[in-house]
Design a protein around this ligand. Structure first.
Ligand SMILES: NC(=O)C1=CN([C@@H]2O[C@H](COP(=O)(O)OP(=O)(O)OC[C@H]3O[C@@H](n4cnc5c(N)ncnc54)[C@H](OP(=O)(O)O)[C@@H]3O)[C@@H](O)[C@H]2O)C=CC1
Ligand SMILES: CCCCCCC/C=C/C=O
Length: 337
């Protein structure tokens, strides 16, 4: 008999998530039936969307999320014992999955086998070889269509998606400016190929500094944070500039009744005939494996450098989520069980 731990989303978030928003429960799992497998979480993903989406979820459900898990019992030939799977199982230590399991939301994917990585941690399937990697790859290239010599600005640049986008932009021959919340993060960005960075928390005048670093204007903007930074960046876009709107983490802790008042973006959009498009990871499910293949190729060629922020212990899932909203991480946050 296997005992599974899981975090229940027990109370709606208000402002910053707290440990008290979750209940950690334990349950005994039944024997698996035909076509089912039982797996044990090895690494769990922590992502900002968990904060953004949870406001729309009912309380009482298992908290949403993906994990890399090891199959420890199986009556399904497609998922043999000992293999690793990527699954949308939520914040659970052990899961029984079968083809009759119903998807609870469009965010969920059918579990797929991930081959062990010899030279890298298997947690990469949550990062550069997974959801964040495909978001960076398709979300940037589809919308921004970067050309060599163009200037690209990225907010949330030292996070999982931003650091990846910047490196793809360098592969494409662009000048890349990252926006980050500490100099340490900015220096890391430079070490992986970014041309420069702005520490938005300490810079005296953001717009002046941006003009200095991007004297020819901005052609592509990859937006992870929204808010005031986005307004200021958009004022310096070039004619026919492209903006990929990936997220708005600066306001995820606001509820819908207290969202920041918007500044007016239309003059920049109209004057420069900008194209601004929202992107979504779920839109890439039909190209998912080709995205992983491309990112893996760049990884093997040494063109893609990653950093992981590993939090130890399943019990620390809530703390890890609070951490990304406070910007403690450089690179992808994963919890190691
Ligand atoms: N559309 C989609 O399909 C997807 C969207 N996303 C979105 O992309 C964005 C980045 O995700 P990901 O890279 O995984 O995140 P990470 O958790 O890796 O990085 C988040 C970073 O955002 C920065 N940040 C936090 N609060 C603020 C703030 N108020 N203002 C500016 N920056 C802030 C912090 O860095 P710093 O110290 O620099 O402030 C933090 O480390 C998020 O908005 C997320 O929701 C992610 C995946 C898929
Ligand atoms: C495989 C998990 C897919 C989750 C998609 C999350 C999209 C994020 C949106 C905003 O943050």
């Amino acid at each position: 008999m296997v005992k599974a731990k899981s975090f229940i989303y027990a109370k709606h978030f208000k402002d910053m998530p707290q440990a008290s928003n979750f209940d950690l429960i334990e349950e005994e799992l039944p024997e698996i039936k035909d076509e089912e497998f039982l797996c044990e979480a090895v690494f769990l993903s922590i992502d900002p969307y968990m904060r953004a989406y949870a406001s729309m979820l009912p309380v009482g459900i298992t908290m949403i999320g993906s994990q890399v898990a090891k199959v420890i019992d199986s009556k399904n030939l497609q998922y043999p014992v000992g293999s690793y799977v990527l699954g949308s199982f939520g914040w659970r230590s052990h899961t029984i999955w079968g083809p009759n399991n119903k998807k609870k939301s469009s965010l969920e994917q059918t579990p797929y086998i991930v081959p062990d990585l010899i030279h890298h941690p298997i947690s990469l399937y949550l990062g550069i070889l997974g959801m964040t990697g495909n978001t960076a790859l398709f979300g940037f290239l589809d919308v921004c269509k970067p050309m060599a010599g163009e200037t690209v600005v990225i907010t949330g640049a030292a996070g999982a998606v931003g650091s990846h986008v910047g490196q793809i932009a360098k592969i494409k021959g662009c000048r890349v400016i990252g926006i980050s919340g500490t100099d340490e993060k900015g220096e890391w960005l430079k070490s992986i190929g970014f041309d420069d960075y702005i520490n938005y928390k300490t810079v005296t005048n953001f717009s002046v500094k941006l003009k200095e670093l991007a004297p020819n204007g901005i052609d592509c903007y990859f937006d992870n944070v929204g808010g005031e930074l986005t307004s200021l960046i958009m004022q310096q876009m070039n004619k026919f500039g492209r903006i990929s709107v990936c997220g708005s983490i600066s306001a995820y802790n606001n509820d819908y009744n207290s969202l920041p008042k918007a500044t007016i973006l239309q003059p920049s959009i109209v004057a420069n005939q900008l194209t601004m498009s929202g992107i979504h990871a779920t839109n890439y499910y039909d190209r998912w494996m080709s995205g992983i293949k491309q990112n893996k190729m760049w990884l093997e060629e040494g063109k893609l450098i990653y950093k992981e922020h590993v939090v130890d212990g399943f019990e620390n899932m809530p703390n890890a989520l609070i951490g990304i909203l406070n910007g403690v991480n450089t690179g992808k946050v994963v919890v190691k069980v």
